[in-house]
Write a protein that binds this ligand. Structure first.
Ligand code: NDP
Length: 322
């Protein structure tokens, strides 16, 4: 089978197309034929060596595809089932293994592309808005990178929950997309000071929660946008990691809460996985959650896909189609 391999960490050029044997499913595992796999920032961190993994490595964890073969002891799935997961072991490939416990069936009415596009970023948007800081009508949220993959989904879900959503984006075109997704205001943080704008838009009060995936360049401003006892959910580092931080600042800025959540801890049980995947895939199938899947690349162009993601060239989801 064709698969992407990383033999040494580095730039996008280290993503090499290789010929590998099709893996065999072990106990509790399922072999899937990958139809679409999501490109996510986490694979950039692994490629660069920011997150450590043993090499060689086939990157990727999010995919939709068909069940090819079941390992010993697997129940609840059969060959030919349309499935999706964020726990695939190396999804930048034509075939990949996944633990049955991490796999969900794709509901009727959803394509493979849509399912691959919805899983990781959709469930992230779900846990941030339903569990990390459960939004309710009357809340105001600030979402950074509002036209990004998570950003567009989080904005839609937050607006559905009745929250007022203010976003930040880098271009006017992205601002338009963000407003279409439900943002009441989209701030061009490349041209305007978002902290000043947020204070102005909230009458000096500040927002209840900031969902910050940008990190280094936004962290300080995000804290300053919060109302007393508000929460900063720092869930990414698209601009780089936040430097060490003195907790006493949280007191001075209004007894604030900061959390650094990760999806895996919010889908750790089968019940939570089924709840979040069921909601997200179900909303997408009914057309209640719009998925943006215009960025598609063949497997061999994985390096280009990651370059475009890192280069702020994309909006919504990026997919590789083996
Ligand atoms: P996005 O589609 O949001 O792409 C990143 C966006 O960040 C860019 O489009 C850009 O939007 C913005 N950005 C701001 N500064 C920079 C910079 N210096 N370099 C690059 N981009 C920048 O990506 P995803 O939706 O895939 O992921 C968003 C973030 O969320 C990532 O950091 C990812 O690691 C994290 N994440 C965390 C999860 C968790 O559970 N903790 C799960 C999933 C994702 P603009 O041009 O508008 O500024």
């Amino acid at each position: 089978m064709k698969a992407i391999q990383i033999y040494a960490t580095g730039g996008p050029e280290v993503l090499k197309l290789a010929e590998l044997p099709i893996p065999q499913p072990g106990p509790g595992q399922v072999l899937i034929r990958v139809e679409a796999t999501g490109v996510n920032f986490i694979e950039v961190y692994f490629r660069k060596g920011v997150y450590k993994a043993s090499l060689p490595l086939t990157p990727g964890s999010e995919a939709a595809g068909t069940v090819e073969e079941l390992g010993p002891g697997v129940v609840g799935f059969k060959a030919g089932d349309a499935v999706a997961s964020t726990g695939v072991l190396g999804s930048y490939a034509e075939y990949a293994l996944v633990a049955a416990a991490q796999l969900v069936k794709i509901p009727e009415g959803l394509t493979m592309e849509q399912a691959a596009a919805a899983m990781l970023q959709g469930m992230t948007a779900h846990y941030l808005s339903h569990s990390t800081f459960p939004l309710k009508a009357g809340n105001t949220a600030l979402v950074h990178a509002g036209a990004g993959g998570v950003g567009l989904l989080l904005t839609q879900i937050a607006a559905k929950l009745g929250a007022r959503v203010i976003t930040t984006v880098s271009t006017a075109a992205k601002a338009e997309l963000s407003r279409e997704a439900g943002a009441s205001e989209a701030i061009l943080y490349t041209e305007q000071d978002f902290e000043t704008e947020v204070k102005h838009l909230t009458g000096g009060k500040g927002v209840d929660v900031v969902y910050d995936s940008v990190g280094k360049t936004t962290f300080d401003g995000s804290l300053n946008c919060l109302r007393p006892r508000g929460m900063l959910a720092l869930f990414g580092a698209s601009s780089g990691p936040v430097p060490p931080f003195d907790l006493i600042q949280l007191s001075g800025k209004g007894s604030l809460f900061v959390t650094r959540p990760t999806l895996w801890h919010y889908i750790a049980t089968r019940a939570e996985l089924e709840w979040r995947a069921g909601d997200v895939l179900g909303w997408a199938a009914k057309g209640e959650l719009q998925l943006r899947t215009e960025h598609r690349y063949p497997l061999a162009e994985a390096g280009q896909a990651q370059t475009d993601l890192e280069g702020r060239k994309t909006t919504g989801k990026i997919l590789l189609e083996p």
